[in-house]
Write a protein that binds this ligand. Sequence first.
Ligand code: GAL
Length: 419
Amino acid sequence: MSTLKKTTLALALAGATLATTAQANEVEVLHWWTSGGEARAANVLKELMEAEGYGWQDFAVAGGGGETAMTVLKSRAMSGNPPSAAQIKGPEIQEWGELGLLGDLNGVADAEGWDELLPEVVADIMRHDGKYVAVPVNVHRVNWLWANPEVLEAAGVEMPTTLDELFEAGEAIREAGFVPLAHGGQAWQDATVFESVVLGGQGSEFYQQALVELDPEALGGEQMVAALEDFKRMRELMDEGMSGRDWNVATAMVIEGVAGFQLMGDWAKGEFTAAGLTAGEDYLCAAAPGTEDAFTFNIDSLAMFRVTDDEEREAQEALARLVLEPTFQEAFNLAKGSIPARPDLDMSEFDSCAQQSLADFQRTAEEGGLVPSMAHGMAVRADIQGAIFDVVTNYFNDADMPAEEAAERMVSAAEAASF
Ligand code: GAL
């Protein structure tokens, strides 16, 4: 049984009634935006809410990728007092919706014209049973490569555009005395690199079949074996100290010129921005090698829990409205590294990486190549994602596990899901 189903069962057994702990006129918001760039971004929303006279109770649970935050959220929901809003993404929104725990945002959505404002791919994820239950804050692109231009120059290499070029450049960077690829050995970061390698080496159709549709032939087949082998080779570009390292510490290695590259979603840009650096000058961005015609999207969104108190609902609705207003969308996304969730905004304040992200989002949406990020909870439900993470990380850290065995385990991981 999935953890969420267990949650409902526990709620039913306890005969619990849901009550959020937020006071009237305030919102309690669960998120995991605690790095330098992320915290700057979260603060934008807090300030906008406060400026409208609402209280903001910050419920930040540290841990990149949000696994810990989701565990804490489940236990709060199980004890009958979820926060007013939580960063819940992708298919997981449907899981919470099925439990009947989410509020109905259609009133705000109608008044603000969300249907016209949002791209269909984004709006779809925010609705459960035809009703808006969540509001999107941004669109992150996951398949990015970040680089320190001084390190590249010292090693005499350019930005790589294929996986082979990355391995070659990595070797030169190592010889020049730097860490080729900054990485943090945590399951979600391993999965982040893994999905970009699958995409870069095998293309977006294969990515879709394997990591979105969970087709057993793709998951267990030759292309997956090849992708797993490429992925294992990435270890050669990483340093000894990677185990357990947070993603923003890895980004700092690129910022400080200790490392040449990082494969990470564009929340990494939030760290470069917070450090006062300029895109295209002090740091470089490019699609992860081999993925220039693809875009792995990761949409952050705030889902609202069902509340009974009118004032609390009003505060929630204000939050939902503010999130899609241009002021928030611009300020938040400039700090967060992402692009706005609504495509109608003036992008002149955004840097060259964000401009490229928007152009590539639109191009891949039209021409194909726009795929949901598995590593960031956009492609498959949480229990399958967790099972895939286990295989990816165990394989990555086990020098003796053959890629064929990992591919077989992938097939079982997708089947083991309890839905
Ligand atoms: C992602 C999330 C981003 C960013 C990142 C690192 O899953 O969508 O907003 O926070 O994790 O924590």
